[in-house]
Design a protein around this ligand. Structure first.
Ligand SMILES: N[C@@H](CCC(=O)N[C@@H](CS)C(=O)NCC(=O)O)C(=O)O
Length: 211
């Protein structure tokens, strides 16, 4: 059976877990803390990041965006990318935007963990600007009702739901619901799905040495 190397708070891993669940693919979930010394992540990905999909023959697929592409090619049913070329591009555009927002979140998260005297206010502000810019753009791009792209669940919903869910759990002090009621509605609708319910992000315990 395939194995997925994952971390409970990781939004990148969550995208893949949702896609696997929506495609009905069986896999063993291996939960690790990629920052801790005992992680096996470097054995499977030279870039030392998870998620990593470990195939039955021991080959590995890493980088969440590429894992999603791999799944779509190898397990096309049900499709998570629309058949219509413009809708396909619209879903990819949301994916690019969300991946950039997640990267900014991670940088912001780690900067906030630094001792106060070492923290860079301009760096935090820079990442926050990207997050807020991303929220404005998401709000512009997603429709008020239904799915994020087209008339069926797909990649657009996975990425938008993942970034909004991550914000809720990991960044509760950032209050965005009132400014973006449309996005709050998207998250509420998506949170009803089994694949989202089963993968709600949870913080992990980090070793002091990893910080
Ligand atoms: N672009 C990568 C980002 C993955 C990533 O940053 N994963 C984090 C966990 S949320 C990680 O494993 N970090 C360990 C490290 O950067 O050394 C992807 O989409 O898979």
């Amino acid at each position: 059976m395939m194995r997925l190397l994952s971390a409970t708070p990781s939004p990148y891993a969550r995208k893949v877990r949702i896609a696997l669940a929506e495609k009905g693919l069986a896999f063993d979930l291996v939960t690790e803390v990629p920052w801790n010394a005992d992680t096996t992540t470097p054995l499977y990905n030279p870039l030392e990041k998870l998620p990593v999909l470990i195939l039955e023959d021991g080959e590995t697929v890493y980088e969440s965006r590429f894992i999603l592409e791999w799944l779509e090619v190898k397990h096309p049913e049900p499709p998570l990318l629309p058949a219509d070329p413009d809708q396909r591009l619209a879903a990819r555009r949301l994916e690019v935007l969300v991946d950039g927002m997640l990267d900014a979140f991670l940088l912001h998260f780690w900067e906030r963990r630094r001792p106060e005297a070492c923290r860079s206010a301009p760096w935090l502000a820079r990442q926050m600007r990207k997050i807020e810019g991303g929220m404005r753009e998401l709000d512009r791009l997603v429709p008020a009702t239904g799915f994020c792209v087209g008339d069926r669940f797909g990649l657009g919903d996975i990425v938008v739901g993942t970034v909004l869910g991550y914000l809720r759990v990991r960044f509760p002090e950032y209050r965005w619901d009132d400014a973006y009621p449309k996005l709050a509605g998207v998250l509420e609708r998506l949170s009803e799905r089994d694949s989202f319910r089963a993968t709600v992000p949870e913080p992990q315990q980090l070793e002091a040495a990893s910080i």
